[in-house]
Design a protein. Structure first.
Length: 176
């Protein structure tokens, strides 16, 4: 029988701990061939804290991990007894596997977002922002253009009484 994907509900913020725990417990119990993948769908986002650019991970489904496994009593109890696991998602007492379409769209989303770093904050054209880094630090300006895929933002600032467009990295500005 082909392995299927199941959704496992975890304690909030414990997704990575559950992923590591499941993988380690499966290996210890010689079940790595029956629990083959544990996935936490997420994307990389960047933010600025104390003037430093920080890249972190934002989960698409906080509190959930996706597990590809053969479902039987042994694997069911291994997952259920893993610290941080609340239980399987499904109607009634028997967990329901995801359909191929459901898991396919989730895996495609992960693949699309894998390499791109997305800004944590989105900007709107015409919005007032404050430059926080670089030679124009502490100047206010208006967003003229925003390119999230490139991480660039064009801000119109007043330099010596003249409106001048300045291209910056999105993390060099903040709303305000």
């Amino acid at each position: 029988m082909e392995q299927q994907w199941y959704v496992v509900h975890t304690l909030s913020g414990k997704e990575y701990q559950v992923k590591t725990g499941l993988e380690n417990r499966a290996a210890l119990n010689n079940l790595s061939d029956r629990i083959t993948q544990v996935v936490i769908p997420s994307e990389k986002v960047s933010d600025v804290k104390a003037g430093k650019k920080i890249i972190s991970s934002r989960k698409f489904y906080p509190g959930y991990v996706f597990v590809k496994m053969d479902f039987d009593d042994q694997t069911y109890y291994l997952v259920k007894e893993t610290p941080g696991v609340i239980g399987f998602v499904g109607s009634g007492s028997v967990p329901q596997p995801l359909s191929p379409d459901e898991i396919g769209s989730i895996l495609r989303l992960i693949e699309e977002k894998k390499e791109k770093v997305k800004p944590k904050v989105e900007f709107q054209i015409g919005e007032m922002v404050k430059v926080t880094d670089g030679p124009f630090a502490n100047m206010a300006g208006v967003v003229e253009k925003f390119e999230p895929d490139k991480g660039k933002i064009t801000v119109r600032v007043s330099i010596f009484g003249r409106e001048t467009p300045v291209e910056l990295e999105y993390w060099q500005v903040e709303k305000g």
